[in-house]
Design a protein around this ligand. Sequence first.
Ligand SMILES: Cc1cc2nc3c(=O)[nH]c(=O)nc-3n(C[C@H](O)[C@H](O)[C@H](O)COP(=O)(O)OP(=O)(O)OC[C@H]3O[C@@H](n4cnc5c(N)ncnc54)[C@H](O)[C@@H]3O)c2cc1C
Length: 417
Amino acid sequence: MTEIDTYDYGIIGSGPAGLTAAFLAAKQGFSVILFEKDEIGGNCLNKGAIPTKAIINSVELFNEIKNSEEIGIEVTDVKLNLPKIIERKNKVIEKLKKHFEKEIDEHNITFIQKEASIIDEHTIECNGNQYKCSKVIAATGSTPKPFRGISFDHKFILNSEDLLNMTEIPKKVVIIGAGAEGVEWARIFNAMGAEVTIAEKTSRLLHSADIEISKELEKIFKEQGINTYLSTDLDHIKDKKVTLTNGEIIEPDFVLITIGRHVTRFDNDNNNITYLGDAYGSLMLATFASYQARALVSDIVFDNVFVPSVVYGNPEIAWIGANEQDLPNGSYDKVVYPLGKLAKANCDNKTEGFVKILTYQGYIIGAHIVGKESSALIHEFAIAMQNNIKVSELKKVCFAHPTYSEAVYESILRLKL
Ligand SMILES: Cc1cc2nc3c(=O)[nH]c(=O)nc-3n(C[C@H](O)[C@H](O)[C@H](O)COP(=O)(O)OP(=O)(O)OC[C@H]3O[C@@H](n4cnc5c(N)ncnc54)[C@H](O)[C@@H]3O)c2cc1C
């Protein structure tokens, strides 16, 4: 075994946490070595956020075109070309990978595409060599969690990674778990035309969201024909028959398990190892991972409250800050503005959803959106919350007409100062 070199930062894992930390540290003039055992970009780029969003883009557009008669477009014979969808998804991944590779080069980061392990808080081992680093960061991500006692067989009992290169459009699907991942896949298969059943063991869809978001989504799922069973879990699977705890027996093409993820940590785990992103074991979002990495390597102050969550598909859902059900009665003000009243939403025939704001003494403490462009709109609230901007100040902003942003304006107009 040889000792090769010394670095300021030794980072294991090249997902959003590892890459963000590496780029920021290098930008500040620190020497950085980055290890990745699989593909650059981590699970986010290769198996998570990005591939699913590329697929969602195709299937949502397909669904929209199919259902566009109401807005004056008659289309016959619209077809999904699944191999092409997967090919385009792969192209998106490859393109983004190239950007990352270029940035790694430009920042003079030493990149080693091999599995690494941690010897101690200043030493990384890889391929028989040891690297001394002033700071060691483990941004090692997470893996799909199997249902208790039932392993993934990757043919009938699947995790989301198994679906990224699917070759056939399924006819009937069961999804266990209605967090963001389960909800997005339910929307994908529904848009593809499959019969979808989703079972969630808590009493709500997206149980970490505001209660009104859960209720709105339940209504939307009903309209879209997604069978939703709440307070219902998987009971057992036998002979390709899925039995739910409510007694329902379904014979789907496959069952998708989306009940959470296991953190990837080292066996010699000790308190001196800095874990970031999914491996840290808090919010399992790329959003959280890169924000946390920025806070560690630069001088921004990290606060969980300011991490927005987005669930993609039709319509988008986004939220930030407090949920109403967690606030003491009478301690807050609230407004809910339905998109049915908004000019732009009516022009687009996208009137489903709302913007909901919760305030305390004139400051926004939570914002919850269901509707088109929620993924962009939520940042108007993020900026206000992060910078302590009062509602009275936001009321002075000029909003372009007609836009979805006007739903933000209309909501804040209705709030107490
Ligand atoms: C289907 C799906 C959709 C998602 N959609 C979204 C979304 O829309 N928005 C969002 O914010 N989040 C989303 N997520 C979550 C997001 O993908 C993760 O939160 C994010 O990838 C975490 O980033 P990370 O840097 O912590 O780890 P990862 O992206 O998991 O990267 C960790 C990397 O570490 C590497 N590694 C592990 N151990 C070693 C080792 N010993 N040596 C070398 N390398 C190692 C792994 O190979 C991996 O590449 C989604 C996840 C899934 C599964």
